[in-house]
Ligand binder design. Structure first.
Ligand SMILES: Cc1ncc(COP(=O)(O)O)c(C=O)c1O
Length: 390
């Protein structure tokens, strides 16, 4: 542990000497929690660091197999329609395909489609949040940003043993408009199915509950896509959120959707702008939903590679340990190491970008989050960590 610290400090000093930088400039492109009050919040991805220096991006947690080949083929064929056709503002074909994907368990008036799940998070806040919300911590930062933008206060409830704490949330849930629940949670990658059900059952009907399942389809459960879908009529205050950005590798096109009671869906749609989802995203989304084999392959691949990485980190590295995970990303505990320094070191010397978690509210400065990538890239990460593990 100390070894890693010392080694990183050495790198830190030698880099500073080498580059003649002072402390503030040395930190590459760092983001921090203050941004939440200034209009954005910290994310990973190549643009958080500078695309020209990133060779392997472990900071974005998308499907490691990427977009399905059939979606790419279809997209190429559609390029000719770009200039003449406006996209369908209602995303009708996409919705029909989504209903089939969800085994016909929902109706069209329960669906909202968004320019990524992020758009729906902000529309949810505009529709249902006025004064106060509950947000577990650590979790995805857009819930806080969306709530603050509409002038609401956020009560943060810490996770318990890395899982959503239903009793603590229910105890704090007085006079609040909404609860944000991320399942599996970002950045921990852990499912809290039972806790979420308990919160849904016991919370007040007037409290809206956003269950963000953006990563649900990348968990091991073969029926994950059905998750809480059958519970929508039982809990009209619940909004289930999904993202094809993650599960189907459509990060660049942006596509997400929500499922809720028709009345809730109607309220949610009031804030949607016309043509919010571009035509190519709609086409790719339809193909992606139908390519269930691609998703199945990705899930198997993730399970295998996650097992490999967990075993190898435990076997080969002394200064790093993993936190359990149910999905395609996981936390690495650096113990006494500093996540920002490690990120900057890996980026500058190896071209590897990991998510420094010091910008997650409620997480100490000694965690990084890494995505599962292809085997060769996962091995490159292991070797890079090994090179500073003493
Ligand atoms: C939990 C969670 N929800 C939603 C999103 C945003 O998804 P999208 O890219 O579909 O806007 C992210 C992105 O990282 C996320 O981590």
């Amino acid at each position: 542990m100390n070894g890693t610290n010392n080694r990183l400090q050495e790198y830190d000093l030698s880099l500073k000497n080498l580059l003649g930088l002072n402390d503030s400039k040395y930190i590459l492109l760092n983001t921090n929690l203050e941004q939440v009050t200034t209009g954005s919040c910290p994310h990973g991805g190549i643009h958080s660091a500078g695309p020209h220096i990133v060779k392997i991006d472990f900071s974005s947690s998308v499907n490691p197999l990427g977009v399905s080949r059939s979606a790419v083929t279809k997209l190429k064929k559609c390029l000719g329609t770009l200039s003449c056709n406006y996209p369908d503002p209602e995303c009708a074909d996409f919705k029909e395909n989504l209903i089939r994907y969800l085994d016909g368990r929902i109706s069209i008036d329960q669906i909202n489609v968004g320019n990524g799940a992020t758009e729906i998070i902000h529309n949810f806040a505009r529709s249902f949040v006025k004064k106060a919300v509950i947000i577990p911590s650590p979790t995805f930062c857009e819930y806080e940003l969306a709530s603050r933008r509409v002038g609401a206060k956020a009560k943060f409830v810490p996770l318990s043993d890395w899982e959503i704490d239903p009793d603590a949330i229910l105890d704090s849930a007085k006079n609040i408009d909404a609860i944000f629940l991320c399942n599996p949670n970002n950045p921990t990658g852990i499912l809290s199915n039972r806790s979420i059900y308990k919160i849904l059952e016991r919370s007040n009907d007037s409290t809206k509950i956003l269950v963000d399942e953006s990563f649900m389809e990348l968990t091991d459960d073969p029926k994950a896509h059905l998750s809480l879908i059958d519970k929508v009529s039982e809990f009209p205050n619940m909004v289930i959120l999904r993202s094809l950005t993650k599960s189907h590798g459509l990060a660049g096109l942006r596509l997400g959707y929500s499922i809720s009671h028709p009345r809730t869906a109607r309220q949610l749609s009031m804030h949607r702008i016309a043509w919010n989802v571009n035509g190519l995203a709609q086409v790719a989304g339809i193909i992606a939903l139908n390519d269930t084999q691609h998703l199945r392959r990705a899930k198997n691949f993730i399970r295998k590679e996650r097992k490999f990485m967990f075993q190898e980190i435990q076997r080969r590295l002394k200064s790093f340990s993993t936190i359990r995970s149910d999905v395609n990303f996981y936390l690495i505990d650096l113990h006494r190491g500093n996540s920002l320094k490690l990120r900057d070191y890996l980026l500058r010397w190896k071209g590897i970008l990991v998510r420094d978690c010091s910008t997650f509210r409620g997480l100490r400065k000694n965690f990084i989050r890494v995505a599962i990538r292809n085997h060769h890239e996962n091995v490159a990460l292991l070797r890079s960590l090994e090179s500073i593990d003493h």
